[in-house]
Design a protein around this ligand. Structure first.
Ligand code: THU
Length: 141
């Protein structure tokens, strides 16, 4: 699925709107994330920090939660921005989180440009690794 310039612009704008709702009093680094799914919907999230620093939720966590709650999956495009409205590259944990829900041909907007998701997470651990374990409860759809 190819993503148009207009769709990337909309994802950026939606990420900026989400970023404005961030709760980031500890790092002072608000983040907003937005994704477009195969069904044409857009989901967003913002980071939510906590006095227990390790409890912090990245913007991607809220975005994925909103998407799953709405019954959607299959991310085809993803963008996140910081307080300067510049692209943010997903942290390691969020790459893992996203990898579960991205379409095969998903693209991400990061400071280095618009790249295939595969390029920012080669050789990732995923569902298929678990499906090889005889005791796994994972089932291929
Ligand atoms: N952050 C995100 O929300 N997403 C990322 O992928 C990178 C980091 C947040 C977490 C924390 O609230 C702040 O940015 C600084 O690390």
């Amino acid at each position: 699925m190819s993503i148009t310039d207009e769709q990337w612009a909309e994802l950026h704008d939606r990420a900026v709107d989400a970023m404005k709702h961030a709760y980031a009093p500890y790092s002072g680094y608000p983040v907003g994330a937005a994704c477009l799914t195969r069904d044409g919907r857009i989901f967003t999230g913002c980071n939510v920090e906590n006095a227990g620093y390790g409890v912090t939720l990245c913007a991607e966590c809220g975005m994925v939660s909103e998407m799953i709650k709405a019954g959607s999956t299959g991310i085809v495009a993803f963008a996140a921005v910081n307080g300067k409205e510049e692209p943010v590259v997903p942290c390691g944990r969020c790459r893992q989180l996203l990898s579960e829900h991205v379409d095969r041909s998903a693209f991400v907007s990061i400071p280095a440009g618009i790249l295939p998701f595969e390029q920012i997470m080669p050789f990732g651990f995923g569902k298929t690794d678990l499906s090889e374990v005889p005791t796994s409860t994972y089932k291929e759809d």
